[in-house]
Write a protein that binds this ligand. Sequence first.
Ligand SMILES: Cc1ncc(C[n+]2csc(CCOP(=O)(O)OP(=O)(O)O)c2C)c(N)n1
Length: 332
Amino acid sequence: MVQEKLPPTRFALDRQEALILYRDMILGRTFEDTCARMYYRGKMFGFVHLYNGQEAVSTGVIKSMRSDDYVCSTYRDHVHALSTGLTPRSVMAELFGKATGCSKGRGGSMHLFSAEHNFLGGYAFVAEGIPVATGAAFAAKYRGTDQVTACFFGDGASNNGQFFECLNMAALWNLPILYVVENNLWSIGMYHPRASSITDIYRKADAFGIPGVRVDGMDVLAVRDVAKEAIQRARAGEGPTLIECTTYRFRGHSLADPDELRDPAEKEFWRQQDPIPRLAAFIAEQGFAGPDELKLIDQEIRSEVEEAVVFAEESPEPPVDELYRFQFAEDE
Ligand SMILES: Cc1ncc(C[n+]2csc(CCOP(=O)(O)OP(=O)(O)O)c2C)c(N)n1
């Protein structure tokens, strides 16, 4: 069912925060659209997985966290990195394989990383980030800090063994973590109901005795409400939460995917729920800002992303004599 209006929020929202959320979602969308253009011009190599359509999840969760909290992503990681505070320059340069990139040009699209931002990385293997994030949550608890970790992954990853092992440990040790499933219904070409014994992913929380919540992942304010509550609980020592965000990716699985499997009617149904116009309508309705002010934000972001492309283009390649730098393995 298409919801044109956002339902009321539980946590109060002022103009400033509403515009932060808007700006972050526009940044995510603009960045990804620019990536597509750059990819097809041959500026990036390997697989590139875009996040269009899912912005409300990244923004709603990460913008509810503190800057010293931890975020862990998947191969669909550009927008999580940007929401966490990595600059468009450092992400774009990484995608171009340049030395100025956040992983010094060694990682590329699926391996963004920033110690400075407590961004634990993108991971190419499905569910690979779940144990990493669980470890970060364990470390925070062990060190006695009140930092919280958010771990993002897909519906497909929620059928992987690491999901079950880690949720068991997180529940057992009451770890401060949010497991955020971005249920976009598809794992490449596998339809979620064909791959999961129960399709309500949030109900898997019952197996571990932790709270499980489903939220409209196309509604940034609903995601924010659920995230804030889970973060408060985690910070207060009340343990993990499993959050299932129902969402949809507007593009193919990766830029190499012609996206011919999904039904055009299904795509159109979800496009009608685009989280960005929904938030824009809410902002107008509340009298926070009119279309002209929002257009100005759109333009500012476009210039920032274009500038990031120029920066990436003009940055140097990593030097060949540093090929073995930043490796864990020692020479024999
Ligand atoms: C362990 C492992 N198996 C298979 C793959 C190939 N693969 C890459 S993405 C993907 C689908 C994962 O879907 P989901 O977890 O729903 O995330 P989404 O791509 O929808 O964001 C698969 C099977 C992989 N990368 N890692």
